[in-house]
Design a binder for this molecule. Structure first.
Ligand code: ZN
Length: 234
């Protein structure tokens, strides 16, 4: 074997090395899902949902309502104590679309204060009730220090008549990086609680892991999804 031939082989090996090094990393890129629960805490469903999440070792993000945090501060404390992220969903779930700036600021701030009192932590993320918000209102809230987060998959649990519907809605659309909207504080949340163990198991079978939404704005670039005017959830 000539020295030149060996050098060529070595050179080619070096060329290939970076690909060998990068490939396993790409293949191992985590399939992350961000589960989010709005409109709670509710006395009826939040403890059940928290129990399911604890048993499954899954952390999620709760977008809490101010007036409910005031009613059930111990549940907000429990969310935090069990490692979940807590976001702000306004005080009374009043739609902010078309409201004056001062009203918008006051609603977010009032909810923040109650959530902070209950959990000891100031919520960073904000999700508008119903997903209804315009660009200007969004900038008002972001300037107050709250990145606005929507969702990419609506489980439609707020209108579901069975847990199977919720499972189908989620599993037919699930994909890496998805932010999934559920509710722990509406009358249909019992279906959510019933559907949740199956959804967690099916997603895990497909290799997904669950994370809380990152609260830093830079990490949220992919999480910020434009709302469709007229989009309406609970
Ligand atoms: Zn809501």
């Amino acid at each position: 074997m000539s020295a030149l031939f060996i050098r060529v082989i070595l050179f080619m090996t070096m060329l290939m090395l970076p690909r060998i090094a990068v490939l396993p990393e790409v293949q191992a890129a985590p399939k992350v899902l961000y589960l989010t629960f709005d409109d709670g805490p509710s006395e009826r469903y939040t403890p059940e949902i928290l129990d399911i999440l604890r048993r499954a070792h899954v952390k999620v993000t709760f977008f809490v309502l101010g007036f409910r945090a005031e009613q059930y501060p111990q549940m907000v404390r429990r969310m935090r104590a069990e490692g979940h992220e807590i976001g702000n969903h306004g005080f009374y779930h009043e739609y902010i679309l078309g409201k004056p700036d001062n009203w918008v600021r006051h609603d977010v701030e009032r909810a923040s204060q109650v959530i902070q009192k209950a959990s000891g932590v100031n919520p960073v993320l904000y999700r508008p009730p119903g997903g209804l918000i315009d660009k200007h209102e969004m900038s008002v809230i972001q300037q107050a220090g709250h990145p606005v987060v929507f969702w990419t998959i609506d489980s439609k649990d707020w209108m579901a008549t069975s847990n199977e519907e919720i499972i189908t809605n989620v599993m037919s659309k699930v994909k890496p990086g998805a932010i999934i909207l559920f509710h722990d504080g509406v009358s249909n949340s019992r279906h959510t609680a019933q559907a949740l163990p199956t959804i967690l198991a099916k997603c895990r079978e497909q290799g997904y892991v669950f994370k809380v939404l990152p609260i830093h704005r830079t990490s949220l670039k992919t999480a910020l999804v434009s709302t469709v005017p007229g989009t309406k959830a609970q």
